[in-house]
Structure formats: structure tokens, C-alpha cells
Design a protein around this ligand. Structure first.
Ligand code: PEP
Ligand code: MG
Length: 841
């Protein structure tokens, strides 16, 4: 290990911190005092504890800051705090050595590797817990090949391959876990060797001990009946993770750059400042409302088992319904992601462990409310203790949903927090907020959120961002000691909460807010302007929207119409198909919301990834290659005809087009046109443009012929990519490789545009790649005229297209077509970045 990482001034022996937080602070201060970090990074070390478990085992903890705060690190270093008396890290876990890590890249992996070795030698480790000599610690950590745990020098197995570590951050626990999981599926033995040292590929600690850093070469070998299969699977997983690892590292770097670029409000005076993690951006000034946590005592009133069971059933059913209604209302108010939070919560009510445990407690003679509350608390604690932030977030959801049920079982307890009924301009300060609490907040009166706990990826943070409410999380327990009613400034960009600001600072914060609001108005106005290139070529930008309120919101966000209405959503999550009349009302509602802007209605696309139980469709071995999209509609006039009738009835109320999904052949087009024309005549309805989705390679190959018979093409790149690359779009391992910017897919898009142009037909794209700025630029360069995307991507895509000339776009597309692989296409993003910088300069 490099001796520059730990130096004598970074070691403090004989410390006796009063708490874990103080231990972290003391270790962090060693780093700050030696100039390795900005003092603000100490808060980042503390913040990480709220989202991850840094206890390594055997009395050792490795606190390390949040990735997004890496810019606060001046140079990589590690400080050691020795606590001979021990300090409780988590319940039941006592720590004697605290290694506070400030790592700019992967240099600290070497230390982790030494530490994991030391953990295996408890006697040597134990001596370090109370040694009075810093030199002992330094020596133990600097040894390259300790006598206590000699490097395993064993021969490779017969079969194997070499691999160069291309994860920017080297091998850390998350990818290592996936390697191990893959290897364990096979009987063969596997060994991973780096230089002279090797470890068992099925053992996480052994792999981490190798301390594999970026660009190091490994040899992976295996022996046993299925050795070849193991090696093939492991290699695929190792390489398959590269893109995600690189993407994560890029994202962190970009966040750092964006954060460094973003100007932050700075108080001139000396207000009291509390550091947390920025969870939702923006600056706001309001009155602090501190919600003290209340301890919920649930009395144990046993009832007859049958009665208790019935009560539980009824409470669960009522809560399920409540969550469904809440999901529907949230979907309308905020969007599908936020609605999904409550749908997922409803799913928790079906958890077998939860119901079983409740019933066991009732059988033991406890009351139903008490048993339910116990079961929820125990399971939530179990999830939270695993130290995985995703599971911890799941625990918060479980507690949230648990309180809803408890409220039904024992309403007199008032288990759920009541919405605040008085005061305006409030900034809520709470230990934590449940997603339900957050969704119920009235954004007219509540203008900021601060929580002592929580992480930036919690559901609460997601909801705050959607509501556009500045929010801070992980501010620490002292948040709840702040005076209720005080004037506070929440800075959702820097992650700080300010109190006691003087008049001058309040005035400067107000000015800052006014400027932010102006900037937001300007960018909203820019989103409404068309996407016209520097030389005057216009690209239509439409939205993918399924409900009238989504369409209305999309128009406000700058959409010039709806380029894809996925009508299958009218059929999902219900017990029977929507009637012709119900559909007609929805299509009319869409047209009304669009106020004269065009609407493309895609007929039902069921099958593949979208299943509708009440249609009783036969089981398919390969649903993506089976009866889906128009293949189903042509077999089921009972589905096709009411839908077409509803669409033609709506057609007199606004400009709409009909689009058919999963077209493979000209026969299908002709058959569908004939049905459309018959129904149109029956209803004496106006003619409407009829288009098709191009999402099957056969349709691409026949594009020039299909174009003669349709009015437009819209390329469904999500499906086209899966069919061109032969990768199931939902495949757990492969889906991330199904990137629509693959040159093979781009060549198909070029062929489609060429085919369409033979008959002067326009071509749009409504798959996900249309909303990716690089994707949109390449598509426009290939001659695609309309891009339909989710509402949130509209502003950035329009802004990017406006910065380019059509020459830029055409050259970009031509270069993308010549790329050998998708990585090379993605690398062209740098070119867009330089266009941006040129224009901004
Ligand atoms: C597509 O396949 O690109 C598309 C837009 O349709 P869906 O995602 O609904 O299959
Ligand atoms: Mg599709």
C-alpha cells in the first residue's frame, strides 16, 4: 500500500469518542487538518451512514463520503482513529478501528485489501485495537505480503481466460457480488488470479482482497464438469457490467462538473448552517415547522382469532383500495413514476412473511393491531439492518403502508401523521417523512422539506423533486432541536439549511430566488419555442402521452402534439375491456387537451411485455415473437372494431391519426385499411391519416413498398432494437446492451427513411431513444422529421437541436453509421458537448 495514504499525522490512538458520529467527526478532522479534504466532507462522511452500513466486521469500520461530494477531496488519504474502549457502530457491532477514507479514485482499494486480510487474523488485528505505537498500525497496513496471511500462490486451473479490469473504480463490492453469484450457479471451481495472488471466485472477500484496480490484468480459470460453461457465463457477466460501471463513474463525474459549474447562493454573514444532502434543488425562505417524532404505543387487546382475522382482512382490503386510489390520483397529479410508488406499496400488503408473522402473533394470543404493528416493525428493522440503501428504502415503504393498515385496525391511535392544517410558507423539519406524508403535502403552503434521516434516492426525495419543492435529507438529529417557527433558508443546491440569517442575507436570498424564477420562466418559454436548427430546419417534437391530463401537461412542457398514445393502458389494471363509448370519451378528452394539435392514436398493442389477464389469451412460449400487436387485432375483431369505431367517432373533434403496431407485412396493412375504411363509411366519419409503426426488421426491409400504402411511419426503436439485436428488451442481464444507438439499428433507421422518401412519407421515432439528446441529434441527422418522447425530455432535446445546424446533424449521423459498435456511437456525445460549449461561448 502506498505509504502516502496513511501517515503518522493521520493516526490518532487512544480516542474515546462519545458516539459513532463523534468518532467519524474526529477521524474526518484528521483528514481536514492535514489538508486532504474540505471540512465540509466530514458531513458527507456522516451522511453516508444514513444510506449505507460502513461496518466491515471484526471491530473495523470504513466510513467514506458520498460519491457526489468527491469534489471536496483535495487528495486521496485515509485517517485512522483507534478506539481501545470500542464504540457502538450499529446495534451489536462494536468498532475499535475507524478508517475514514477520502478517495478520489481507486487508490484506497489496496488498503481495503490489507484490511480484509487483517480481518482473517484476529490476533494480529486485536493487537492493533490498543497498541500504544502508531508504528504498529502503519506497519501492519503497509506490509505487502504479511506473514499472517500469505498470498495464496496456487497454479491456475486448466481452462481459463485473461481479462483486463475496465471498471473505472476497479472491483468493488457490488460488481464482485455479481461475479460471485454467477460463479456459484456452477459446480466447477473457479480461481481469479492477479499477478502472483489468486482467490476463490466464489468468495466475495477473497475477490475483494485481490484489490483489483482499473487496467490490471486478471486470469480467470476453472476446473470441473461445467468449467467451460462457468467461464463463458462469468466472462459475459464481467464484461456485461463494464458499461454500467463506466456509466456510473461518468454520471458521478458529470454531477461533480455540473455541481462545480452551478453557481450557489452564498450568505455574506454568518448564519447558523446545518449540512445535509441536497435531495431536490432550489432555494426557498420560510418558517420552520419542526415535527417531533412521537412514539407510537399500540395496546395489546386480544380478540377471538376468527374476529381478529376478519378485521385484518378488512383492513388490508381497505388499504389496498386506498393505495390504488392514491396511485391513480398521484399518477394524475405527478406522473407514472410517483404513482408506481404507491402501487409498489400495495404489493407489500401481499407479503407472505408479513401476514404469516402477524397471524403467528395472533395465535400466540395477541391483539390484531398489536400483532400487525409488531410484524411490520420487525420486518422493517430486518430490512433496514442489511445496510443496503435500496432495502432500507423498502423498509420505509413498509412502515408507511403499515401505518395505513394500523389506522384501519385502531383508528383511535391516530397512527398516521395528520396533514398540517395551519400556516403558510412552511418548511417542514422531521426525522423522516413517509412517501404518503410527502404526497399529502399541500405545495401551496409547504415550500421546503428537511429531514434528519433519509437518502437522496428515497421515494420521499423523488416526490419532492416532482413537486418542485426544495428538499434536504440526512441533516442529522440536531435538526429536530431547531426552534419551531424560526425563519429558515433551505438551499436544495448546496445541501444546506440556514437559520438566523441577517437582513442582508435574507434580502440577497430573496433576490437569488427571483433570479431563479426568471431563469425557470425563460427556460419554460424556450421549451415552448420550436426545435429549429441554426440554419432554419424544423424538427417536430411531440410527446408520448396516454391520458388527457398527461397530454395537457405535455403541451405546457413544449410538446407540439402527441406522437404516441399507447391505448393498451386503457385496458390494463382493470377487469374488463373498456367499452367503445368509454374509449371515445378518452380520445375526445385527448383532443380537447391538445387544443388543435395533432394526436396519433396507436391501436391496442397487447402481447409481448403487456399482458391483459381478462382477455384469456393463450400462453405463449415466446410472447415477443407471438400473437401481439396487430397480429392479435386481426384475429380479434371484437377488440379491433370497437376501438376503430371509437377513434373514428372522435375524429371529427380534432386532428388525429391512427397508427398500427408490430406491422410485419403488406397483407396486414391492406387488411387493416379495409376494416378502417368500412367502419369510417358506416359512421360517415372523416378520413384520417393511417400510419404504421416500424419495429420489425421485415418492415424495414419492405419500407419502400409499405410506404406506398400508408401515410407515415413511426419507428418503435424499443422493439426494433430487440428484434435487430435479438435481445429481449426485458432480459435481466442483456437488456442494457439493447441500445438503440447500435449502428445496426441506425442503419435500419436510415433504410426506413430512404424507403419512406420514395413516396414522400414522413418518418417519426417514438421509442425511448428519441428523448436522448445524442439519439435525437443522430435521428434528425438521418432525416427523421418527428420525435415523440416523454414529456420530461422535451426541453433538453429542443435546446440541443437548436444549437446544431443541419450540417452538424447530418455529419454526426453519417459518422454514427460508420461506427463499428455502440460504444463508438455513444462516444460521439463529446461532439455535441463541444457544439454546446461553442454556442455558449
Ligand atoms: C417501441 O417499441 O419503440 C414503442 C414505442 O412501442 P412500445 O414501447 O410501446 O412497445
Ligand atoms: Mg413497440
Amino acid at each position: 500500500m502506498s505509504s502516502t495514504l496513511i501517515r503518522p499525522e493521520l493516526v490518532r490512538l487512544g480516542a474515546a469518542p462519545a458516539s459513532k458520529a463523534q468518532a467519524i467527526r474526529e477521524a474526518g478532522q484528521l483528514l481536514a487538518a492535514a489538508g486532504h479534504i474540505d471540512p465540509a466532507y466530514v458531513d458527507s462522511l456522516l451522511a453516508r451512514e444514513n444510506v449505507a452500513n460502513t461496518y466491515l466486521g471484526h471491530g473495523v469500520a470504513i466510513p467514506h463520503g458520498m460519491i457526489e461530494h468527491r469534489h471536496l477531496i483535495h487528495s486521496t488519504a485515509i485517517a485512522v482513529l483507534q478506539v481501545p474502549g470500542g464504540i457502538e457502530w450499529n446495534p451489536g457491532q462494536t468498532v475499535h478501528l475507524v478508517f475514514a477514507i477520502a478517495a478520489q479514485s481507486d487508490e484506497h482499494l489496496a488498503l481495503l485489501r490489507r484490511l480484509t486480510r487483517l480481518l482473517q487474523d484476529e490476533a494480529a488485528l486485536g493487537r492493533l485495537f490498543d497498541t500504544p505505537h502508531p508504528a504498529d498500525l502503519l506497519a501492519a497496513l503497509e506490509q505487502q505480503a504479511p506473514a499472517a496471511a500469505p498470498a495464496e500462490q496456487v497454479a491456475d486451473f486448466a481452462h481459463g481466460f485473461d481479462w483486463v479490469m475496465d471498471y473505472p473504480n476497479g472491483l468493488h463490492a457490488r460488481p464482485a457480488q455479481q461475479w460471485v453469484e454467477t460463479a456459484r450457479r456452477f459446480a466447477a471451481n473457479v480461481r481469479v488470479r492477479k499477478g502472483e495472488e489468486s482467490g476463490d471466485g466464489k468468495n466475495l472477500i477473497a475477490l475483494l482482497q485481490l484489490g483489483i484496480a482499473h487496467n490490471e490484468t486478471l486470469h480467470v480459470s476453472a476446473e470441473g464438469p461445467d468449467a467451460e460453461a462457468l467461464l463463458a457465463a462469468l466472462k459475459a457477466v464481467m464484461s456485461g457490467l463494464t458499461a454500467a460501471e463506466q456509466e456510473q463513474a461518468d454520471k458521478a463525474a458529470k454531477q461533480q462538473q455540473a455541481q462545480a459549474r452551478r453557481a450557489l447562493w452564498q450568505p455574506a454573514g454568518k448564519p447558523l448552517a446545518l449540512d445535509g444532502i441536497a435531495a431536490s434543488p432550489g432555494l426557498t425562505i420560510g418558517q420552520l415547522r419542526v415535527l417531533k417524532p412521537s412514539v407510537l404505543e399500540v395496546p395489546d387487546h386480544p380478540v377471538l382469532l376468527g374476529t381478529g382475522g376478519d378485521q385484518l382482512d378488512a383492513a388490508l382490503a381497505a388499504t389496498r383500495q386506498e393505495l390504488q386510489d392514491l396511485a391513480a390520483a398521484t399518477g394524475k397529479r405527478m406522473g407514472a413514476t410517483e404513482a408506481g410508488i404507491f402501487r409498489a406499496q400495495a404489493e407489500l400488503l401481499n407479503d407472505t412473511d408479513l401476514i404469516t408473522l402477524t397471524c403467528q402473533l395472533m395465535v400466540e394470543g395477541h391483539g390484531v393491531a398489536w400483532a400487525w404493528h409488531q410484524a411490520v416493525s420487525r420486518l422493517a428493522e430486518r430490512l433496514a439492518a442489511l445496510g443496503n440503501p435500496l432495502l432500507a428504502a423498502r423498509a420505509a415503504d413498509l412502515r408507511d403502508v403499515g401505518l395505513r393498515v394500523l389506522d384501519k385496525l385502531a383508528p383511535e391511535l391516530g397512527a398516521r401523521r395528520k396533514p398540517l392544517d395551519e400556516g403558510d410558507n412552511l418548511i417542514i423539519a422531521a426525522a423522516d417523512l413517509t412517501p404518503s406524508d410527502t404526497a399529502a403535502l399541500d405545495p401551496q403552503r409547504i415550500i421546503g422539506l428537511c429531514t434528519a434521516q433519509g437518502g437522496p434516492s428515497s421515494h420521499t426525495a423523488i416526490i419532492a423533486r416532482t413537486l418542485g419543492m426544495p428538499a434536504l435529507v440526512a441533516l442529522g438529529a440536531s435538526l429536530l432541536d431547531l426552534p419551531d417557527g424560526a425563519t429558515a433558508i433551505v438551499d436544495g443546491d448546496s445541501g444546506r439549511l440556514y437559520l438566523n440569517a441577517d437582513e442582508a442575507d435574507l434580502a440577497s436570498a430573496r433576490q437569488w430566488i427571483t433570479r431563479q424564477q426568471e431563469a425557470a420562466r425563460n427556460s419554460a418559454a424556450a421549451a415552448l419555442a420550436p426545435a429549429t436548427t441554426q440554419d432554419g430546419k424544423r424538427i417536430e417534437v411531440a410527446a408520448n402521452a396516454n391520458h388527457p391530463d398527461q397530454a395537457a401537461a405535455a403541451m405546457k412542457a413544449g410538446a407540439e402534439g402527441v406522437g404516441l398514445m399507447r391505448t393498451e393502458f386503457l385496458y390494463l389494471e382493470r377487469d374488463s375491456a373498456p367499452s367503445e363509448d368509454e374509449q371515445y370519451q378518452t380520445y375526445r378528452g385527448m383532443l380537447d387537451a391538445l387544443e388543435g394539435k395533432p394526436l396519433i392514436i396507436r391501436t391496442l398493442d397487447i402481447g409481448g411485455d403487456k399482458q391483459v389477464p381478462y382477455l384469456n389469451l393463450p400462453h405463449e412460449e415466446n410472447p415477443f415473437l407471438g400473437v401481439r400487436g396487430v397480429r392479435l387485432l386481426l384475429r380479434r375483431p371484437d377488440l379491433l372494431e370497437p376501438q376503430l369505431r371509437a377513434i373514428y367517432r372522435a375524429a371529427s373533434h380534432g386532428p388525429l391519426s391512427i397508427m398500427f403496431p408490430m406491422i410485419t407485412s403488406l397483407e396486414e396493412v391492406k387488411a387493416l385499411r379495409a376494416v378502417c375504411e368500412r367502419i369510417r363509411q358506416e359512421l360517415a366519419a372523416p378520413e384520417v391519416p393511417l400510419g404504421i409503426m416500424v419495429e420489425v426488421p421485415a418492415a424495414v426491409a419492405m419500407a419502400d413498398q409499405l410506404a406506398e400504402h400508408v401515410d407515415f411511419f413511426s419507428i418503435g426503436t424499443n422493439d426494433l432494437t430487440q428484434y435487430v439485436l435479438a435481445i429481449d428488451r426485458q432480459h435481466p442481464e442483456l437488456a442494457r446492451e439493447a441500445d438503440a444507438l447500435h449502428p445496426a439499428v441506425l442503419r435500419m433507421i436510415r433504410q426506413t427513411v430512404e424507403g419512406a422518401s420514395r413516396h414522400n412519407r414522413w418518418v417519426g421515432v417514438c421509442g425511448g431513444i428519441a428523448g436522448d439528446p445524442l439519439g435525437a441529434a443522430i435521428l434528425a441527422g438521418l432525416g427523421v422529421q418527428e420525435l415523440s418522447m416523454s414529456q420530461r425530455d422535451i426541453a433538453s432535446v429542443k435546446a440541443m437541436l437548436r444549437r446544431c445546424s443541419s450540417g452538424h446533424l447530418a455529419r454526426l449521423a453519417a459518422d454514427a453509421l460508420r461506427c463499428p459498435d455502440v460504444g463508438a456511437v455513444r462516444a460521439l456525445a463529446a461532439r455535441l458537448e463541444s457544439v454546446r460549449e461553442e454556442v455558449e461561448a
